[in-house]
Design a binder for this molecule. Structure first.
Ligand code: NCD
Length: 328
């Protein structure tokens, strides 16, 4: 949350447990409401006076579509720029001037960039102008992806609804943890839950960065790192699988890895506990075998849907619509 009281979403360190619980309650509330025609109409009547700017200069399928759908569920109008090549940045306009221009036409800026730190810069700019609007980070390079982490939290909480929620669970994150922004954002949130045990499973050279481990240590979150899935698979409640982030190879190439050892398929599931879940932010690479798609422990398709509800919840919180939704 910005000092001016504006509610930006830049990185997940800004969220505390009451806020996370509030967003999960809101997400469930809108999910249930949207099942009926009357409920869906009621949701659409909440924000027809609000406009969103979707500024996505890095490829996106799910995040773009789910934000777009979330805006429309609340009756909002949307505009989009999906490539810097069609914005005035081509004419030499600065990033700051572009963002300020979006704020002239929109009530919220939702943005994804290939570089880290841009959403933070946009939020800072907003805090310094007379008509600021909230900025939501929809993915900032290899750095942060806070709304993915929120939908991951919602998926974990729903999956463990009858087992005490996230508290006390053992969660492994596997793959290119060095450059995977989803894992970085989700790891920050774990301090909000009690007795969570994290297991980081990565090939040599792709381990999670020191800044995240420092954060976990400062907040007393227990973690272990390993390069072998078989060391931890039997003790897990959740396995969060990620793909090789090869789009960042030029700038940050850690060297070749045998990524095949960091995949999940029918063979690995044999040793996976019966009540544990498999998550993946998608898109998948070869690390996630489609042969397991219909296993009841698989949650990645549900994550996609949860993402839409969580983004509706986040917009509702930003525009303070909780009151009209009768949620407290
Ligand atoms: C993720 C991303 O963009 O970081 N995808 C998503 O938003 N669901 C994960 C990835 O691309 O690997």
């Amino acid at each position: 949350m910005a000092s001016s009281g504006l509610f930006h979403v830049v990185d997940t360190r800004q969220f505390d447990r009451p806020m996370l619980d509030r967003l999960c309650r809101l997400a469930t509330h809108v999910r249930v409401l949207a099942k009926t025609k009357a409920g869906a109409q009621g949701l659409q009547a909440l924000a027809p006076d609000r406009r969103a700017m979707l500024y996505f200069t890095q490829p996106s399928t799910r995040t773009f579509l789910s934000f777009n759908s979330a805006c429309h569920i609340l009756g909002m109008q949307t505009s989009e720029i999906r490539s810097p090549s069609i914005s005035s940045e081509v004419k030499g306009e600065t990033f700051e001037d572009s963002i300020r221009t979006f704020s002239s036409y929109a009530d919220v800026i939702i943005m994804r960039t290939p570089e880290g730190g841009k959403a933070a810069r946009a939020a800072e700019l907003m805090d310094s102008i007379p008509r600021p609007v909230p900025v939501i980070n929809a993915g900032s390079g290899p750095d942060q992806h806070p709304t993915q982490a929120l939908l991951d939290i919602y998926t974990l909480e729903r999956s463990f609804e009858r087992r005490g929620g996230i508290d006390g669970k053992t969660i492994a994150m596997m793959g290119d943890l060095r450059r995977g922004r989803t894992v970085r954002s989700l790891s920050y949130l774990m301090k909000n839950y009690s007795q969570v045990r994290l297991r980081f499973v990565a090939p040599p050279g792709y381990e999670i960065r020191r800044d995240i481990l420092d954060h976990l240590e400062v907040h007393g979150v227990a973690y272990q790192s390993t390069s072998r899935l078989e060391d931890v698979i039997g003790e897990l409640d959740a396995l969060y699988v990620t793909r090789l982030q090869s789009e960042y190879d030029d700038s940050d190439q850690p060297g070749k890895a045998d990524y095949a050892a960091y995949s999940i398929g029918p063979e690995q599931l044999k040793n996976f506990p019966a009540d544990a879940i498999v998550m993946h932010p998608l898109p998948r690479g070869p690390e996630l075998d489609p042969a397991i798609d219909n296993d009841p422990r698989v949650m990645y398709w549900r994550q996609e849907r949860n993402g839409m509800w969580m983004r509706v919840a986040l917009l509702a919180a930003i525009f303070e619509l909780d009151g009209s939704l009768n949620v407290n």
